[in-house]
Design a protein around this ligand. Sequence first.
Ligand SMILES: [Zn+2]
Length: 317
Amino acid sequence: MIQNVTSLEMPVDEEFRIVKNHITRGKGKRICIVTGTHGDELEGQYVCYLIAKMVSENKQHLTGTVDIYPALNPLGIDTMQRGVPAFDLDMNRIFPGDSRGSMIEKVAHDIYTDLSGADMVIDIHASNIFLREIPQVRISEMTAPTLVPSAQKMGIDFIWVHQAATVLESTLAHALNSTGTPCLVAEMGVGGRISHSMCQHLVDGIQNLMHSMGIWDEAPSPEKIGESIVCEGADTVSFINAQTSGIFITEIHNDMMVREGQSIGQIIEPLTGKVLSNVLSPCDGLLFTIRAYPVVYEGSLLGRIFRGQPQSSKQQN
Ligand SMILES: [Zn+2]
């Protein structure tokens, strides 16, 4: 059943609506799949489609409630903008919102209220247009004891327990987690694109989590659920930053084991035909982030490497 989460009048005879697909059967737990806070991150659109299709076409397996929110920032998605158009703000910096605040603060409040009390919220992001990420869940150190086991049930490739980034105060995930509603932030792919296989992988993981929570009575086949790498501690991730401005060229892809000193790419100068900088891996490890957008400035992030245990299943280069 399609339901309004919030509805506001726009200045000139239009209506701003955020909707969810509420699918329920039985008295089991409730999981919410939310995405589209950042309008330039589209992977979640395909994940929502796959979950909605799976649940609506196989409702006999449902033993609880699935709520699907494909667009928390519909204006941003419609216009391919990260933030909320006309308001010039990042929607993921205003939660839990304010019922008596500005229009967007009220929208955030209504979303937060609607999600509160769920047994699990999965907030799906997609990096940005600059960086390509392997499927991962980012968890704050504070919530790690309760959330890491749930993320492992999803069999997501990489679980990054850390202090900052997407677990900042005023994000949706922080607002929910700090008030007792568990929320996992999934991140994968690259902004503005959809990776079918990554999305299907995440859907298999969400199905497995739903099964473990008693919301779905059928588990995916075991070979679809891999083992997660859990990355904890500030010194387990190395960052590769550009040493000069220019155009970053690489043939390498992420989700790959790299060796210390291995070439990650080059920063070139189109005007003179010169290589300005050879980009080398500072350590052995799993390259889980790689720059997707070629224009770089000195200091731009080019890649991130997890220096933990090498996984034999990952491709060596
Ligand atoms: Zn995002």
